[in-house]
Write a protein that binds this ligand. Structure first.
Ligand code: PLP
Length: 418
């Protein structure tokens, strides 16, 4: 794009930011830089690049890290990262080979043995497993809270844990998977600030996979880093596994350094696929929300349905609605349907649908349907499942870009079979 003072919207940047066609024979699209290593013009240039990469000296004004080796940097990743950071108004972004590698790298960088992690429950099943079974193996203390807890509750929970001075990360997934429960990011900022000291910064990390990066911007509400499973809406076509972290520069420098040594960056082909996906991200998500709202309007008050948990259904005057109004720009395209009955009725409904694929994952162009209690959240402790509303009659629908009338027809005929 030619230089201009006009401030562009994020979706306008998605087709051109960070790439100049004349770097690549005039190719309008950024090519796939399928190379492991990059040539230096001179030995002195190689030395200068490594001095920056290893932090042996400060960058000179306007100096950027040169291309060295694809575990450290690659144009497909760097351009993608520049574009992704725009959505969150973040200083920097780092792309990973999966959402789990993005999440685990952040945790491992900011937590050490003896430290305390406070996190929201429920979270994605893989995240929950990582918190409870991997971090604890390294002597990290973990405690969770739910959407019902207030600021006072959280401060009390941390103080009662006996590790208040060891609190090092606060992590939340909002809306939570699979129930759509919202967590107040602004409240969590206050909790972090309550325990932070001059030499103990407590980063607030938000998993924004469900609504982001289009319909929720956690950094505007006090988050320091935002994590994504880019496998979901960002990738959006169920054809790639990837993850991302966007955030403040000094924190992202640490995340990128650990990524260099764990070697879990995404490859150039993944970077290229995600750049392609980013060009349609906003229109896909807008269409998916539009479809979801139409489907929910049909499902609400259906005689075979107990209730529909959807962000567009929140009641005025409730705490959840207040959080929604402050933080979310749209109700998303994830519908949690509580069928009348139990597992038998839920399975029958799922098996009788024609259009959605019976598969886990979410946020793709095709609709996806699944049964959280026996699939994505099969590993959650039975008592905790009840407490978190992950009941046997819950069906999770991720709405795609199909024609909404066809999807409604499908819901209708599948419900009539019950
Ligand atoms: C899928 C998912 C993850 C994990 O991402 P992967 O790309 O599968 O590693 C993390 N958080 C949420 C909310 C998810 O839906």
């Amino acid at each position: 794009m030619k230089k201009t003072d006009h401030k562009m919207h994020p979706e306008t940047h998605m087709t051109s930011l960070g790439y100049n066609p004349f770097w690549s024979e005039g190719a309008v699209k950024c090519p796939i830089f399928q190379t492991s290593t990059f040539a230096f013009k001179t030995a002195a240039e190689g030395k200068a690049f490594f001095e920056l990469a290893y932090g042996l000296r400060e960058a000179e004004a306007g100096e950027k890290l040169g291309l060295i080796y694809s575990r450290l940097n690659n144009p497909d990743l760097q351009i993608l990262e520049e574009r992704l950071a725009v959505w969150d108004g973040a200083d920097e972004c780092a792309v990973f080979e999966s959402g789990m590698s993005a999440i685990s790298t952040v945790m491992l960088e900011f937590l050490s043995p003896g430290d305390l992690l406070l996190f929201s429950n429920p979270v994605y099943g893989g995240t929950s497993h990582f918190m409870y079974h991997i971090l604890t193996k390294f002597g990290i203390n973990v405690i969770s809270f739910t959407a019902d807890d207030t600021k006072e509750d959280l401060i009390r929970i941390v103080n009662e844990s006996g590790y208040a001075d060891k609190l090092k990360v606060v992590y939340a997934e909002t809306p939570g998977n699979p129930t759509n429960a919202l967590i107040d990011i602004e409240m969590l900022r206050e909790v972090c600030d309550n325990f932070a000291t001059e030499d103990n910064e407590i980063p607030l990390v938000i998993d924004n996979t469900y609504l982001g990066p289009v319909f929720q911007h956690p950094m505007q509400h006090g988050a320091d880093m935002v994590v994504y499973s880019a496998t979901k809406y960002i990738g959006g076509h169920s054809d790639v596994i990837a993850g991302a972290v966007s955030g403040k520069r000094h924190l992202m420098a640490r995340v990128k350094e650990l990524r260099s040594f764990l070697g879990n960056m995404a490859g150039p082909w993944t970077g290229w696929l995600l750049m392609r996906s980013l060009e349609t991200l906003k229109i896909r998500m807008e269409k998916q929300v539009d479809n979801a709202q139409k489907i929910v309007a049909f499902l609400n008050n259906h005689p075979k349905i107990e209730r529909v948990s959807y962000l567009g259904n929140l009641e005025e005057g409730t705490r959840q609605k207040d959080i929604y109004d402050r933080m979310c720009l749209a109700p998303g395209a994830m519908i949690s349907i509580y069928i009348k009955g139990g597992e038998k009725e839920a399975f029958k409904f799922i098996d009788n649908t024609v259009i959605p694929k019976l598969a886990v994952s979410l946020g793709s162009t095709e609709s996806l349907i699944q049964h959280p209690a026996t699939m994505t959240h099969a590993g959650v402790d039975p008592e905790e499942k009840v407490y978190l509303n992950i009941t046997d009659n819950l069906v999770r629908l991720s709405v795609g870009v199909e024609n909404p009338d066809d999807l409604i027809w499908d819901m209708k005929q599948a419900l009539e079979s019950l």
